[in-house]
Design a protein around this ligand. Structure first.
Ligand code: ADP
Ligand code: ZN
Length: 758
């Protein structure tokens, strides 16, 4: 060590330059080096923003400093840092390292990653104001100078001196009971010095909206919970970056385990982050944490910028024990982080669908590893990524296979929609489901009806036999091309003419017809006129707080029947729900996405988990055209392990994740030909990069995505697959490094590493 490291004084030689490495939001490469002028040497630190000249731009550009070092300029003519914008770093060094890692892994400019990391309300200092503090100037030590002042000025100044602390003009006005004039005179005469400070404008406290009335007490843990907790606290104490997967069926009491694990972390003066799906951030969830810890910061989408800034500052000062929030809370700047938890870790909302397209689970993993703290993932239906990690020794499995209080799992019945006497005339509710709803309402139980729709993919499924027209190469459903005459595989672009009749049973009405929640609501109200019905989907839930209101009404029994989309499948814990109906399980099943089976299994299992939570039990009715499908069979038996085994075998055939890695490049443009041509050009680049690197990467496309034209733009996808994520990343990096598209073409592309919604 002594031989290779230069002694510290050598670094201080005058030839050495103080250098700042700076990254930007719209310059993909870098970092770029700048000289730090004398006046900023002791000020500038990594995690602060700077103004620097960039390229040929006339105005200075805002960038983020990620490193300061002493080094040789190496003969380069470095530009100077023009200004330092922050008084203190907006993130600490481990977070700066996280930014660098994310920028590399997700192939996103580091400046964009910083923007995701630091809330805009913090960057803009929302809810703060500049205040000027007055203190006595040194000259006031000279008593004669003070005595020479007119009486009002003298009085104000003496009070300021006597108070022994700086005051704002208005504070001093109140204190000295005078107008602003004498104080202004004091400033003019230089009898007071001024000191400007930025402060949060007031002590803000967040008021929660209507709670939904749940009582929260501390439970005595069941044996399963106790064992789970012991394994987690063991990991916390080991100070090793272990990953734990808590697989607990719906109603097994995972939240109580999280809370007691956090209590253990807090006991040693450390803090925890709990990430939850966006939609689960209900007053019920908040309440559970807020009532059990002294200082909880709940980050949610309805906060004002000022509130968000206030909470962020509290978190950063170490005043918070627990941060609860959606995916972006993974960046919460807790100084003594001891544990990160992802609840419902399989949930799609953990992936951001704009740049940087990160997945909170992956980021949490990276952050936990670098801090040497455990990561706890919890779910009743773990993602195959996490499950596979337990099989390969990258994560430890903790199982809670039973519900609290030994309540049985609800009975799940499948209704085969292909059978004529199951279907009912002209509606979407089968005879059996209709009867079950009637019975439940009669017993004064509550009902949840799920109608899942995803996007606008137009899968071609025969309504008579349930057959789905699929790609012979990828085994994925084909989708209607927008002109209706062709059916296309959006992975590999395999194309056929849309068949006029079903290739399987010859039924000649093979047509896609979608059903909306609105239509379902009309049907439900007509069938059950006495029931009090509420609908929950993204249309009815637009107004802030409406979600909570409906849930509160449902809890208090003012609503008998709740119908809606995926939104209602998650996390709700209402003991009086005696029936759950799934209107069409196939809507998620025949989506052209290799994760369609996984999604369907999750959805059916999660929504089934909303019932049977009270002493009165519960049952589930799932309507489907594909009752023999493995995902639906396994879900009806609550058998995750069987599902995971079969699904991993499926994925292995094509090296789909978690067995391999995939990336997607989306190319968007306003002119179809030009967009497609650009996609082809990029494909060539990828092919030659693959060759030069000798990388084993499979390239697919360009193919139209299931939603072809979005917001007036044509889109094409390129898909990359590899066993090795490093080879995949390197190939894309090399291919895109100097790939420039002429401005007149009006084509943009984005790289999506580990895409989730195909
Ligand atoms: P999960 O998140 O695993 O679906 P929850 O954490 O929502 O399960 O717990 C289900 C219900 O069981 C909740 O109402 C919770 O308050 C209750 N519960 C949890 N642990 C216990 C326990 N040890 N004893 C009694 N009730 C419990
Ligand atoms: Zn195909």
């Amino acid at each position: 060590l002594f031989d290779t490291d230069p002694p510290p004084w050598e670094l201080e030689t005058p030839e050495d330059t103080a250098i700042a490495s700076v990254v930007f939001r719209d310059a993909p490469f870098g970092p770029y080096d700048y000289r730090i002028p004398e006046q900023f040497r002791d000020v500038l630190q990594p995690g602060m923003r700077v103004h620097v000249p960039l390229g040929r731009r006339k105005q200075p550009t805002t960038g983020w400093c990620i490193e300061t070092k002493l080094g040789s300029s190496g003969g380069r003519n470095l530009s100077d840092v023009a200004d330092v914008l922050d008084g203190e770093p907006l993130c600490d060094r481990p977070l700066v390292r996280l930014v660098t890692w994310m920028s590399h892994y997700y192939q996103s400019p580091a400046g964009q990653v910083f923007d995701a990391l630091i809330p805009s309300s913090v960057r803009s200092q929302a809810g703060t104001r500049q205040r000027t503090y007055l203190s006595p100037a040194p000259i006031t030590k000279d008593n004669a100078a003070v005595e020479a002042l007119p009486p009002k000025q003298q009085r104000a100044l003496r009070l300021l001196i006597a108070s022994g602390r700086p005051m704002t003009e208005s504070q001093l006005m109140v204190h000295a009971d005078c107008t602003a004039a004498p104080i202004r005179a004091l400033r003019k005469k230089g009898m007071v010095t001024e000191n400007k400070q930025r402060e949060l404008s007031s002590g803000m406290t967040t008021r929660w909206q209507v709670g939904d009335g749940e009582q929260v007490e501390k439970h005595t843990l069941t044996d399963e919970q106790t064992a789970a907790l012991r394994q987690i606290t063991g990991a916390v104490d080991s100070a090793e970056p272990r990953t734990l997967l808590l697989h607990g069926v719906t109603g097994s009491g995972k939240t109580e385990v999280y809370i007691q694990a956090i209590e253990h972390v807090v006991k040693f003066g450390r803090a925890a982050i709990v990430l939850v799906p966006e939609i689960s951030l209900t007053p019920q969830t908040r309440g559970r944490f807020e009532r059990r810890f002294q200082s909880v910061a709940v980050l949610h989408s309805q906060m004002t910028p000022a509130e968000r800034h206030y909470q962020w500052q509290r978190i950063r000062r170490g005043e918070v024990q627990v941060v609860v929030g959606p995916r972006s809370a993974v960046f919460a700047p807790l100084p003594r982080l001891g544990l990160i938890i992802l609840d419902e870790e399989h949930d799609g909302s953990f992936k951001q669908d704009s740049q940087p397209r990160y997945h909170a689970r992956k980021v949490a993993y990276a952050r936990a590893r670098s801090l040497k703290i455990p990561l706890l993932l919890g779910s009743a239906t773990p993602s195959l990524e996490s499950w596979y990690a337990t099989e390969t020794g990258h994560a430890e499995l903790i199982s809670m296979p039973n519900r609290v209080g030994n309540r049985p799992m609800p009975d799940v019945q499948l209704v085969d929609l292909r059978l004529k006497d199951e279907r009912s005339m002209g509606g979407s509710i089968s005879r059996r489901l209709h009867q079950a709803v009637n019975e439940t309402l009669h017993e004064k139980g509550q009902v949840i009806l799920l109608l899942n729709r995803r996007g606008f993919a137009t899968t071609i499924q025969c309504p008579a036999c349930g057959h789905v027209v699929a790609c012979p190469e990828c085994e994925l459903p084909l989708t209607h091309h927008r002109d209706g005459s062709k059916a296309v595989c959006h992975y590999c672009d395999y194309t056929i003419a849309t068949p006029p009749w079903c290739p399987e049973c010859r039924f000649d009405g093979i047509r896609y017809s979608g059903l909306g929640t609105q239509k379902l609501e009309v049907e439900v109200k007509a069938r059950f006129p006495k029931a009090r019905v509420a609908r929950m989907d993204s249309d009815t839930m637009r107004r802030p707080g409406s979600h909570q209101k409906v849930l509160a009404a449902f809890r208090s029994g003012e609503i008998d029947l709740l119908l809606g989309t995926q939104m209602i499948a998650k996390g709700l814990d209402f003991p009086n729900v005696l029936l759950v109906g799934v209107i069409n399980a196939d809507a998620a099943l025949h989506f052209p996405d290799f994760r369609a089976g996984e999604r369907t299994f999750q959805l059916v299992t999660q929504v089934a988990g909303r019932t049977g939570r009270g002493s009165r039990g519960g049952r589930v009715i799932v309507q489907t055209f594909s009752p023999e499908h493995m995902a639906i069979q396994a879900a009806s038996r609550h058998d995750y392990i069987q599902f995971a085994k079969a699904e991993i075998a499926n994925r292995r055939k094509f090296n789909y994740p978690p067995l391999g890695s995939i990336a997607r490049i989306i190319i968007r443009g306003s002119i179809e030909d030009v967009t497609e041509a650009t996609a082809c050009l990029l494909l060539q680049r990828l092919e030659s990069a693959r060759e030069r690197l000798g990388a084993e990467v499979r390239l697919l496309g360009p193919a139209p995505p299931p939603i072809v034209k979005l917001r007036g733009k044509y889109r094409f996808h390129l898909l990359l697959q590899s066993i090795d994520p490093l080879q995949l990343g390197a190939t894309i990096r090399m291919a895109t490094k100097s790939f420039k598209i002429p401005e007149k073409d009006d084509v943009q592309y984005v790289v999506d590493i580990d895409p989730l919604d195909m």
